[in-house]
Design a protein around this ligand. Sequence first.
Ligand SMILES: NC(=O)c1ccc[n+]([C@@H]2O[C@H](COP(=O)([O-])OP(=O)(O)OC[C@H]3O[C@@H](n4cnc5c(N)ncnc54)[C@H](O)[C@@H]3O)[C@@H](O)[C@H]2O)c1
Length: 396
Amino acid sequence: MTEYERSAGDRDVLGVGVVGFGWMGQTHSRAYARLLQHYPRARLRPRLVAVADTDAGRRDMARTAYGFETAVHGWEQLIVREDVDVVSVCGPNYVHREIAVAAARAGKHLWVEKPAGRNLADTLEIAEAVRLAGVRSAVGFNYRNAPAVELAREIVASEELGTIETVSVSLLSDYAANPDGVLSWRFDPVLAGTGVLGDLASHGLDLARHVAGADTGEVVELVADQATFIAQRPAASGVVSHFATAAGGKLGPVGNEDHASALLRYESGARGLISTSRVAVGEQCSYGFEVRGDRGAVAWDFRRMGELRVCSGQGYQDAAWQVRFVGPQHGEYSVFQPGAGVAMGYDDLKVVEAERLVRSIAEKRAFGATIGDAVVTARLVHAIAESFAERRWVSL
Ligand SMILES: NC(=O)c1ccc[n+]([C@@H]2O[C@H](COP(=O)([O-])OP(=O)(O)OC[C@H]3O[C@@H](n4cnc5c(N)ncnc54)[C@H](O)[C@@H]3O)[C@@H](O)[C@H]2O)c1
């Protein structure tokens, strides 16, 4: 008997329930399905038990293409199942709180998509339910899991860059740049909460903390600005993605921000800048950061996920940037590819996220981003919105 056969025999099944089978529900499902292929020593074997989605086509796909054993309309039926141990909360922001709180109370571990609710109050309620139930949690801050991001974090922690002076994060997208882009739930504050802040800035704020937080500490003060450049959009009908358009439809008001930026001050005295837009023509997933110390800098761009730009060890002036391609020695790269420079993809980041959650469940302690990290981010998003509304610096 091989080592893997022996460990497979001892392995417990982890029953998976996914609520919301759109982009993220499908991505989570693929991550669970691939988990043992990349992590053959994982202590639990995910089994795709049930999907809940209000859309019949998506339920069909869950069964026929993904192999889920059952698919139901109402999430209430899913979270009470005894054969479901972990629930992925992948519906729109307005369903996160109700489903996540109910699932935690039913004793299910949680993988909640960011921003984990519509606002700080929702995120706090989910965090409290997780705490009271004693279940494990993961939140979809996937960009943390890129090996080049882990390398950047190591370089910052090693003090190779000296004392960190500035952290700039930028997340620009064109997904809502077309004025004919439909008025989906994302543009309605009752359903989504904030706009680009919850959608993209939440990722950026988490990335900045993850990469530089050990040196900079937390954000203690910020001042922000925001704008809604496309004030009206055509109404949506049926299930629509980020990118759906509907020229000529009846127009309705956009209730949250297209663009937001903020100046940040960290505990250490470092300064930060976050810049986000969902209407940036020419930008597709233009997500990245630059962290600058008094002796060097690192920079990362999600679109070139396997590359980290590094400038260090060359004195103060006329220093050149180098590109380091990540390889098996960086982060989780080795579970995907055997040699440096082979491109990883977005879905791989979700496999890493799934593994950290499964390990948290098996070992009963946290690995990866948890609901606690989502609370920190939600507080920052809340403070950015407050700063804009009140036209002032806000302390955290
Ligand atoms: N981590 C990331 O990089 C990332 C990327 C995209 C989206 N997200 C987050 O994931 C969440 C979902 O986004 P998406 O792009 O997958 O959306 P989507 O519109 O593609 O999918 C949402 C799905 O939820 C279903 N749904 C709606 N109400 C439901 C209900 N009450 N019960 C069950 N199913 C319901 C819809 O029918 C749809 O299939 C959002 O909160 C978003 O912020 C995260």
